[in-house]
Design a protein around this ligand. Sequence first.
Ligand SMILES: *Cc1c(COP(=O)(O)O)cnc(C)c1O
Length: 414
Amino acid sequence: MPEKTLPTTHQRLTELAQELPTPFHLYDEQGIRENARAFMQAFSWSPGFKNYYAVKAAPTPALIRILAEEGFGADCSSLPELELSQRVGITGENIMFTSNDTPPEEFRRAAELGAIINLDDITHIQALEDAVGQLPELLSFRYNPGPERTGNAIIGNPVEAKYGVTSEQLLDCYRIARDRGVKRFALHTMVASNELDASFIIETARMLFTLAVRIKDELGIQLEFVNLGGGIGIPYRPEQAAMSYQEVSDGIRALYEEMIVPAGLDPLRLSFECGRVMTGPYGYLVSKVRHVTGKYKDYVGLDACMTNLMRPAMYGSYHHITALNKPGDAPTKAVDVTGSLCENNDKFAIDRELPVMASGDVVVIHDAGAHGHSMGFNYNGKLRSAEYLLHPDGSVTMIRRAETMDDLFATIEW
Ligand SMILES: *Cc1c(COP(=O)(O)O)cnc(C)c1O
C-alpha cells in the first residue's frame, strides 16, 4: 500500500514528541504555502480570483495569516470568526460572511467590517435591513439547487439541506434587493463536501454560470462574482488521489468561454471558499501510545482521543496512522486505536493493520489539519491540546497553547 508523507523525518517527529507535551497538532507551513500557491496559480487566467479560506477548518491566527499572505480572504459564519479574521488583518471585502439562522448582531458586525454579506434566506433581506438600518451596496445570495442537483455523500441531498434560497426564490431575491437599493450582486452555492471528483466542481460552475445568464436576461443584473463554495476533498486514504486544481480550472475556463463570454458577462470574478483542502493535509496529530492490550479484541490506547480529532468517531472517517520508527518489515497486527474518553466510539481506527506497538511509541494521525483541533470539545474534562507550526527552516513554534484546568474552570460559578 502506498504510504502517506510526513512533513519531516521520523527522528525529528519523535524528538518533538519527547520535548513537547503530547498530544499536539503540528502544521506544515511550507505545505500550506505551496498548496495555496498551486491553487492560485491554476486560476491565474481569472482576474481577481480569490479563495475565502473557511476559517472554521482551522481557526488559528497563525494559519489564517499564512493564507492571507498567499492572497486568500476569509469565509466566516459567526461573530468570533469575523473577529479572528479582522484581527489577523483580513478586512472589508476580503471577508465573506456566509451564515445561516443568523443573529442580528452578526449582521451588524459583518456590515461594520465591510464584509461581503451572503444571505442564506429570502427572509434575511428584511432581517439584514432591520439589523443594520439599510442594505449594503454589495449583496450575495446562497443558492440551494434542491432537486436539480444531487448532493455528494457528506453534504447530503440539497432538498434536505437547511441552507440557501430555492430556485423559485432566487430571482425574487435579486429583484427585491435591487428595488431596495443594492447596486452590486454576487451568487454563491455550496453543494459539495470532501469531493474528490473534479467534474462535480466543474458542474457547480456550470450551474452558477447558467444562473448568472438567467439573472442578466430576466433582471438585467450583471453579477460581479460567483462563489463556488468549498468542498474540494482530500485523499484521506493513501490509495486515493488528490483533485487536480488544473483539471478543475481548465474545465471551468472552458465553460466560462462557452457561457459567460458570449453572454456579455465577462469579466465575472470567480471565487471559492475552501477550507479543508487548504489546511487538512498539512496538519498532523502527534500522539504517544499509552497502553497496548488484548481483550476480546486487541487495543492500542493513545494519549489523544476524539476531543483532539472527532472525525473518525463522528463520521466513521478514515484517517491514516503512521507508527514512527517502524521498519517496513516490522510485524503487524489488526488493532483498534482508541482514546481515553468514556465513549466506545472514541476510536481513531477499527481493525487497522498496524506495526506492533508498545507503550511510549509515537504515532502520527494524518490529515488532521482541518476540522480537527477546531472540532475539539471538553467532554469528560478533556483539555484542548496545543498547536505548533513547523516552519520551512525546520524550526517549530507554538501557535496555540494547550488548555489548563483553570481555562476549563474559568466559566464556572463555584
Ligand atoms: C464548511 C463550509 C465551507 C468550507 O468547506 P470545506 O469542505 O472545508 O472546503 C465553505 N463554505 C461554507 C458556507 C461552509 O459551511
